[in-house]
Design a binder for this molecule. Sequence first.
Ligand code: MG
Length: 403
Amino acid sequence: MNDSVKYPAGEGRWKESDRAIAHIDMDAFYASVEILDFPELVGLPVVVGGDSNRGVVSAASYEARKYGIHSAMPIFRAKRLCSGLVIRPGRMTRYVELSREVMKVLHGFSPIVQQLSIDEAYVDLTGTGKLFGRPSSAVCSIKKEILAATSLTCSIGLSSSKLIAKVSSDMNKPDGIAIVPPSRVMDFLHGLPVGAIPGIGGKSEEQLRQIGVRKIGDLSKLKPGYLEERFGKFGRRLEAIAEGRIHSELIPWSQPKSVSNELTMPEDTSDMRTLEKYLLGLADKVGRRLRRQGLKGRTVTLKVKTHKHRLLTRSSTLEHPVNQGRVIYEQTRGLLREYGVPVSLRLIGVGVSGLEPESGGGQFAMFEGPSPGEEKWDRVERAVDSIIDRFGSGAVKKGRQLE
Ligand SMILES: [Mg+2]
């Protein structure tokens, strides 16, 4: 194992009372698992992804990255960059199995673990000094234990906040540790290019560049209030970051088994159009909750309760996991029509189970890339999500709900 530890903003002390948050990120996770399980791939440029004209790279080995290949790149372009490229289909079950091993190790160091995706998590190491020593040695132990449990390497960022831990875990990749002690946080932060902050993308970066802001430190040279005036809520967030108000709690999270919504209707009904109207609202809500949690599911369930309080469920399992309201609606509507509604109903519900992380998702989501039509719907639904986040669910009604 590479025992390299970097201090990108210099060394500093860690007091017992200081917070200590580690961000753990597995190195080229899917590609590394392929190389681990198929040793003949060692030293070869390997990507995991769908080998079709719609396929995208979902992980690239470090060997493949030397050719400029990176995740989210279309497979055909990756092949053009490297003629000897090895393309492996994804083996999600195996990745999930190893991900569980990683999370198990992390839970051995702290009860407060926030899993971000299949291969990334925060661990709150605050106050664990008596058990694991200084935070800098605790993260070394985490790395060793992950290697022992999975034979895979990871990179770790350690600081006093989630934000800085996450940013620094990229700074000594692969197989390295980067530490920003609490006393060095402000210097570190002010030296960062604004684009290094998760959530600040190309467009905001460009807008900030226009007002002369390249680094976080440049933000604090602006007139107080200016950022809010110009960028609203986003500006307030930037101001907070520039002042080092960046602490947020870890959200210990375990993946739910299913996401569902149901509704007792104002009056019992067997009218198909009325039922479909409610179904559409429920399917949208379930889709939104799935997307917000970064999940997709394969099994879609319709639940109804008759006027005599008899409960019935019907499910269908799909080839690809879904989280779009439109697809969930179509599936449950099909189930409702199959059922035929012979009696009037008092309750109707929609559920999605067989969940998996969206980013590490099924064949459709990551190995193929969405078809243009799907992508458009996906964008529409996400745009709706952001409107609802800002203005509440009353702001958006789809055609059929308006009737
Ligand atoms: Mg990773």
